[in-house]
Ligand binder design. Structure first.
Ligand SMILES: *Cc1c(COP(=O)(O)O)cnc(C)c1O
Length: 421
């Protein structure tokens, strides 16, 4: 356990926590104690983010349900904190259902959303549902409904809709118009009618997820999307809930404004119109992104004719978002913040040119051994870490109530070979 001096902002509730808001001395001492690379996740900040979005939607809607999209981070400590806040778990895979149950979720606090669900996933979730008939299963193809029926499922069914409107920070996360996701918008009323006529299941909800990373400038698209979903829910009728998905964005760059979440909730209510069904949402990124950072140590400084290369011990296997989405993550030198600023290219130990966190970004020139922090890694950070290049996954340190603890230990070389026969 490490004593933690509260950061200046830990009692307040800023709409976004910037990388500079983290206490440098505290992060350096975590790096010393737990070694690097190390993910830091602040459970208190996650709770703040949950309360803020829940309060915003509570003010605009009658008893909305704000779930947590587990795929943003399926670690036990994170789920426990959010379950404690009262967040139901939105699970996009059977493995996530397994982990949510293990973290203490009640099965009726779990919604399962299957995209092209493998047989084993359906077997598992129907098995869980058999002991928990209040659990809701959400699928986006008639085919999947049939496969659930084959397994004896006759419980609460939600149908995923393809709204034909996409949003998001990158093509790879825009799901709202991609044919892979959901039943085509115009076909939904007929599908619902058929399912209601032909199966014993109870169609209790409609669901859609437009994409990930919405900021204020995407509000018009959001309103259009929500309006379409409201129209569809009214046409289908007799629903317990309408689930509009996640996608609420967080500014990764210092010059971007945080989402005005109260305005989003208000705009959502206006766009939705009157609806005799509960509103559900399932944020992931919004709850977690600014609650995490990644600590790394500088091991190499190399001047080249084009740029100065800074090598660190975190890589694309630790945090894949820059390589995969071209995502921007702030980088802060915690040891030598006042060194002269130079254009730096920061990369890790993986033998791939995509293993680069930034190119020619003006940053203080570090020295070997300096600790750096990479910002906004709470969502889709650890969750997407891999063992590629035989890189053991890093330790994850949870901060809570002024104390630090290991949420997940650092992997060892033995962990790399553990499953080999
Ligand atoms: C990924 C996902 C979310 C969460 O998206 P965020 O952008 O992290 O809020 C919500 N719902 C579904 C179905 C998802 O696949």
């Amino acid at each position: 356990m490490t004593d933690r001096t509260p950061t200046a902002d830990s009692d307040a509730d800023p709409a976004v926590r910037r990388l500079d808001d983290w206490d440098a001395a505290e992060l350096r001492s975590l790096a010393d104690e737990y070694d690097t690379p190390a993910y830091v996740i602040d459970l208190d900040r996650i709770r703040q983010n949950y309360r803020r979005i829940a309060a915003a939607f509570d003010a605009a809607f009658d008893d909305p349900t704000v779930m947590f999209a587990v795929k943003a981070h399926s670690g036990r400590a994170v789920m426990e904190a959010l379950l404690d806040e009262g967040a139901p778990m939105e699970c996009a895979a059977a493995g996530e259902v397994f982990r949510a149950l293990r973290a203490g979720a009640d099965p009726d606090e779990i919604q399962y959303t299957g995209v092209n669900p493998p047989d084993d996933d359906l077997d598992y979730v129907v098995g869980v549902w058999e002991d928990a008939p209040e659990m809701t299963l959400n699928v986006g193809a008639e085919d999947s409904v049939e496969r659930l029926a084959e397994r004896g499922f006759d419980g609460r069914l939600c149908l995923r809709v393809n709204p034909g409107i996409a949003a998001g920070h990158h093509e790879k996360v825009k799901t709202g118009a991609h044919p892979k996701f959901g039943i085509p918008y115009d076909a939904v009323p007929d599908v619902v009618e058929r399912v209601r006529a032909e199966y014993e299941m109870d169609v209790v909800g409609l669901h859609a997820h437009a994409g990930s990373g919405m900021l204020d400038e995407d509000m018009d698209a959001h309103a259009e999307y929500v309006g379409k979903m409201g129209d569809l829910a009214r046409e289908v009728g007799d629903l317990d809930f309408l689930d509009i998905g996640g996608g609420f964005g967080v500014p990764y760059r210092d010059d971007e404004d945080p989402l005005d979440i109260d305005a989003v909730a208000e705009r959502t209510r206006e766009a939705l119109g009157e609806l005799d069904a509960t509103l559900k949402l399932e944020p992931g990124r919004y709850l977690l992104a600014d609650a995490g950072c990644l600590l790394a140590t500088v091991n190499t400084i190399k001047d080249t004719p084009e740029t100065t290369v800074v090598g660190i011990d975190a890589s694309m296997t630790t945090l894949i978002r820059p390589a995969m989405y071209g995502a921007y993550h702030g980088i802060r030198n915690l040891t030598n913040p006042d060194a002269p600023v130079e254009p730096l290219t920061v990369g890790g130990p993986v033998c791939e040119s995509s293993d680069t966190f930034c190119r020619d970004r003006p940053l203080p020139r570090p020295e070997r051994g300096d600790t750096v922090a990479i910002g906004h890694t709470g969502a889709y950070g650890y969750a997407m870490a891999s063992q590629f290049h035989s890189q053991p996954r890093p330790v994850e340190i949870a901060l809570e109530g002024g104390e630090a603890r290991v949420a997940r230990r650092r992997e060892t070389f033995d962990d790399l070979v553990r499953l080999e026969e």
